[in-house]
Design a protein. Structure first.
Length: 325
C-alpha cells in the first residue's frame, strides 16, 4: 500500500505547469512551480520543517516546547503542521496587513495568534519582529524560529526545491524568477541551480515600498524606498541574512496594483488559483520579457494558494476600494 506516515511526508514534489495565455508575447517556455500543492498550501512548508528539525538536532527545541515566530502567515502554517505532528505549542506573531484568512487558518490549526502593527520600524517594540523575539524569550521552553536569519531556511530550498526544478526541466532551465521576502527560496534554489549551470539567470521580484532591489544595486538601504505597501509575502524593510545577493542577477519591482491584477488574471485566464505574490511574480516575468529567447526555459515560483486572499484580492468590494480594477 502507498501512503504517507504523516502529513509532513507529503511536502515537496510540486508540479511544474506551463503558463499559456498570460505569456503569449514571451518567446520562451514559461513554467510555474506551483507550491500551493504542499499540504500547508505554500512553499514555506519546506523550510518550516527543516528549521524545526535542525533546532531539534541542536537542542534548541525540546519536547513539549513552544515554537514562536513572526510570520506573514505561510511560514506559520508550515510550523503548525510540524508542531501538530511533533507535539509542540505554537505562537504566531503576524502583521496586521495580512489577510483575515491567514489569521483564521492559523487559529484553526491550533496556533495562538498575536497581531501587530505593520507600519512601524523593525526595531520598534510593537513590530512583529520585536514581539516575536520577546515572546520567545519570556515563554518557558520557547524557541524563536527567526526565519529571516535562520540559514536552515535557504538550506531547505537548496536540498529540495532546487533539485526538483533541475530534474523536472531535465537541466534545461535558463531563468528562475521568484518573489523575494526572507530570501530563503531565491538563495537556496539559486545556489543549487548555479552549481549545476552558472549561466542560469536568477531574478528576484521586489515590491515598491521595499529596499531589496536598491540594496542589491548599491549595497545600501535607502530609507526613501521604504514605506507601507499592500502586496503580501515579498519585499523587506531590512536585509535578511538568508539573502545571498551574489547569487542574484537582478531585481524587478512590481506595483501593488499590478500584483493584484495579475493574481486575478492567473485565476481567470490560466485556472491557477494562487496568492498575491504569484501575481507579482508573473508580472515580473512579463517585465523581463526582453531577457528571454525562443529556446529559453523560464521557471517562476508561485508561493501559495489563493484561498488565503479571498477577502482581499478576490473580493470585488476590496479591489474597487483600492482602485485595483
Amino acid at each position: 500500500m502507498q501512503y504517507a506516515k504523516n502529513i509532513l511526508e507529503t511536502i515537496g514534489n510540486t508540479p511544474l505547469v506551463k503558463i499559456n495565455t498570460l505569456t503569449e508575447e514571451i518567446p520562451a517556455l514559461v513554467l510555474a512551480k506551483c507550491e500551493q500543492f504542499n499540504p500547508g498550501n505554500s512553499v514555506k512548508d519546506r523550510m518550516a520543517i527543516k528549521m524545526i528539525e535542525d533546532a531539534e538536532k541542536a537542542g534548541l527545541l525540546k519536547p513539549g516546547g513552544t515554537i514562536v515566530e513572526g510570520t506573514s502567515g505561510n511560514t506559520g502554517m508550515g510550523l503548525a503542521l510540524g508542531a501538530i505532528i511533533k507535539g509542540y505549542k505554537l505562537i504566531c506573531v503576524i502583521p496586521d496587513k495580512q489577510s483575515q484568512e491567514k489569521i483564521d487558518i492559523l487559529r484553526a490549526v491550533g496556533a495562538e495568534v498575536v497581531v501587530c502593527p505593520t507600519a512601524v520600524e523593525p526595531e520598534d517594540p510593537r513590530s512583529y519582529y520585536s514581539v516575536s523575539h520577546r515572546l520567545a524569550t519570556e515563554t518557558p521552553g520557547g524557541w524563536y524560529v527567526n526565519q529571516y536569519h535562520n540559514l536552515s531556511n535557504r538550506e531547505a530550498h537548496y536540498m529540495t526545491t532546487g533539485p526538483e526544478i533541475w530534474e523536472q526541466t531535465e537541466g534545461k532551465i535558463t531563468h528562475f524568477v521568484v518573489g523575494v521576502g526572507t530570501g530563503g527560496t531565491i538563495s537556496g534554489v539559486g545556489k543549487y541551480l548555479k552549481e549545476k549551470n552558472p549561466n542560469i539567470k536568477i531574478w528576484g521580484v521586489d515590491s515598491y515600498g521595499s529596499t531589496l532591489k536598491a540594496y542589491h544595486e548599491t549595497g545600501q538601504i535607502n530609507p526613501d524606498d521604504i514605506y507601507p505597501y499592500i502586496t503580501e509575502g515579498i519585499g523587506e524593510d531590512m536585509i535578511p541574512e538568508n539573502i545571498d545577493f551574489d547569487l542574484i542577477d537582478g531585481f524587478v519591482k512590481v506595483t501593488d496594483k499590478d500584483a493584484a491584477i495579475y493574481t486575478r488574471k492567473l485565476a481567470k485566464e490560466e485556472g491557477i488559483f494562487v496568492g498575491n505574490s504569484a501575481g507579482a511574480a508573473i508580472k515580473g516575468v512579463l517585465l523581463l520579457k526582453e531577457q528571454f529567447k525562443e529556446d529559453d526555459v523560464v521557471v517562476v515560483l508561485f508561493h501559495d494558494s489563493g484561498s488565503r486572499y479571498v477577502g482581499k484580492f478576490f473580493n470585488e468590494k476590496w479591489i474597487t476600494e483600492h482602485g485595483f480594477q
